[in-house]
Design a protein around this ligand. Structure first.
Ligand code: C2E
Ligand code: CA
Ligand code: CA
Ligand code: CA
Length: 278
């Protein structure tokens, strides 16, 4: 009882309560938003650095409130993960992105790839691979043009479980990219044992590229590592021409970033492709 009278303790628990209430409020708001179709996907084009031709796109979740304002993914995705809603939302993301891939193929973009982010929580779900197979079957999307982006934290899962899961995903024909590569602590020898197809160089390393002589060393290392392991490499967050040129000189084949395009609507993507395809 005495502790409750202490100002510090009281303030602390009241703040905790407020934080919990805010989280619960966001969870309900997100559930309603998903039901009301306020969640959409934006697509950010990825290009071949040497030719600047389109290579694919990454699907990115957007939550637009009825008043027009956007809730950033970094705010609502942790809530989706925490509440388990990410399972349903993540399935919707995969199916929607697959349907978009099919639509773009029908427009003639037949070498175009679609990348989808997969949360750790989603990836660990026992029916993830079944869900993936179902999504491919329902949408008739060609698995070889679908890429799943997982973060290094997923890559640090229990090694045997992860190796088994990646093998199952490989069986479906879908490719795996390690997102934000270099920001986690996965060991390099471990990477060699995983069936991954692509490394994405995190934006933080790309922005350092033109900052100093040493700034490009991590990007350079990731490119070399990827090449030695026979993996594809996508640099993300490329904002200016100098970064693009340094990356190309380092031997990085693909990139995405505001220099080429911001994340855009499906209709804008179709228009972008129509004007950027040779
Ligand atoms: P991410 O997967 O690393 O996605 C790249 C983020 O960088 C996106 O932010 C994109 O809009 C932003 N970006 C792209 N090019 C540039 C650039 O040139 N400069 C700068 N400053 N930023 C750039 P966004 O859309 O806010 O997404 C944030 C994060 O939310 C994503 O990071 C990803 O981790 C997560 N996320 C987004 N959509 C999904 C989804 O469908 N499922 C899951 N599980 N996570 C998602
Ligand atoms: Ca990503
Ligand atoms: Ca990333
Ligand atoms: Ca990131």
């Amino acid at each position: 009882a005495k502790a409750h009278q202490r100002g510090g303790h009281f303030t602390f628990s009241r703040a905790m309560g407020a934080e919990m209430r805010e989280r619960v409020r966001m969870m309900h708001a997100l559930r309603a938003a998903f039901a009301n179709k306020e969640l959409t996907l934006a697509y950010q084009p990825q290009v071949n650095l040497a030719t600047r031709q389109p290579m694919g796109a990454e699907a990115l979740l957007r939550w637009q409130r009825p008043d027009g304002s956007f809730v950033p993914p970094d705010r609502f995705i942790p809530i989706a993960e925490y509440s388990g809603l990410i399972i349903e939302i993540g399935q919707w993301v995969i199916e929607t992105a697959c349907a978009e891939l099919v639509r773009l193929r029908a427009l003639g973009h037949r070498a175009f790839t679609m990348s989808v982010n997969v949360s750790q929580v989603q990836f660990r779900h026992p029916y993830f691979v079944d869900m993936l197979r179902g999504a491919l079957a329902r949408t008739q999307a060609p698995p070889e043009y679908l890429h799943l982006e997982i973060t290094e934290s997923v890559a640090m899962e229990e090694p045997d479980t992860l190796i088994r899961m990646l093998a199952q995903i490989k069986e479906t024909g879908v490719s795996i990219a390690i997102d934000d590569f270099g920001t986690g602590f996965s060991s390099l020898s471990y990477l060699q044992r995983l069936q991954v197809d692509c490394l994405k160089i995190d934006r933080a390393f790309v922005s350092e590229i033109t900052e100093s002589a040493r700034g490009s060393s991590i990007a350079e290392m990731v490119v070399q590592l990827g090449r030695n392991l026979g993996l594809s490499i996508v640099a993300e967050g490329v904002e200016d021409e100098r970064q693009a040129q340094v990356l190309e000189a380092l031997g990085c084949p693909y990139a995405q970033g505001y220099l080429f395009s911001r994340p855009i609507t499906p209709q804008q993507l179709a228009e972008w492709l129509a004007t950027h395809n040779a």
